[in-house]
Design a protein around this ligand. Sequence first.
Ligand code: GLV
Length: 327
Amino acid sequence: MIAGGRSRVLLMHPILDPGPAILAEAAEVISYPPDRPLDEANIRQAAEGCIGIVSQLMDPIRETVLSSPGLRCVSNVAVGFDNIDLAAATAHKVMVTNTPGVLDDATADFAFTLLMATARRVVEADNFTRSAGFHGWAIDMMLGQDVYGATLGIIGIGRIGRGVAHRAKGFNMRVLYYDPQPLPQEAEQQLNATRSSLDRLIAESDFISVHVPLTKETLHLLSTAQFNAMKRNAILINTSRGPVVDEAALVEALKARKLAGAGLDVYEREPAVHPQLIPMPNVVLAPHIASATVRTRSEMSAMAARNMATAVRGGRPPNLVNPEAKR
Ligand code: GLV
């Protein structure tokens, strides 16, 4: 619907500069009330009369919302779009866009940050030192695990997975990867990465880092059977989506010492974190911040705003994930 001659766009949450200016140039921007619950009925109501919604990963954008008359585009400020029912969007001819590419390096950096922090017990050591527990050097204090020369298993060798493999070269790691789509031989050589079955990767890796999108196929890709098969010194890193890992099974496996630790940026029921993870000193927890650098989040905001502005003007957004929906 046109208000005062301008198309309306619903901005679910604030975004960073230059995103707001790009949006404002293309449309009248309505902000979702910050205190309103993020459920489908409320979002549908707020989206009434809007041609577009600029959403984020915590917004459930499903049939109820996507069937809103006049809605043409949902621009997600994220690379993942599992919060959006893509089939319903396509059926209603609603274009869905995401922000691929710009967050690869920040996310790969953060996967490595969690890997290092967990392996070398950085958070535990920091807490210990701050709480005046350090009374002198000791040969057996805070012993961690070697990263240099260890085996790293990468589940999902897309752009972010490849970024992690690239960083692992500097640590002389042996890299195994699991992905239905093999890398070209040249890329395998360049990254020093060997394709493997999931079973072999799980059995041989000292560190396992997850980089797959959340789909029906990847839901609980890692559960009890996989934790049982891990090396006892293995450390799991997840910067992808929480539900790829069966969180309750992970808690049980950590309690039973089936693996040594975990570095987690994402959770199965965000923002809830499994309460039994909280007291575990061998687990490093972050609040879904892998892409959270000033530059990356600004670029994601700009990209999402440009996608929406293009759609509002009747064009084909650069990062359209369902081209079939373009009218
Ligand atoms: C963050 O998790 C994203 O998908 O961009």
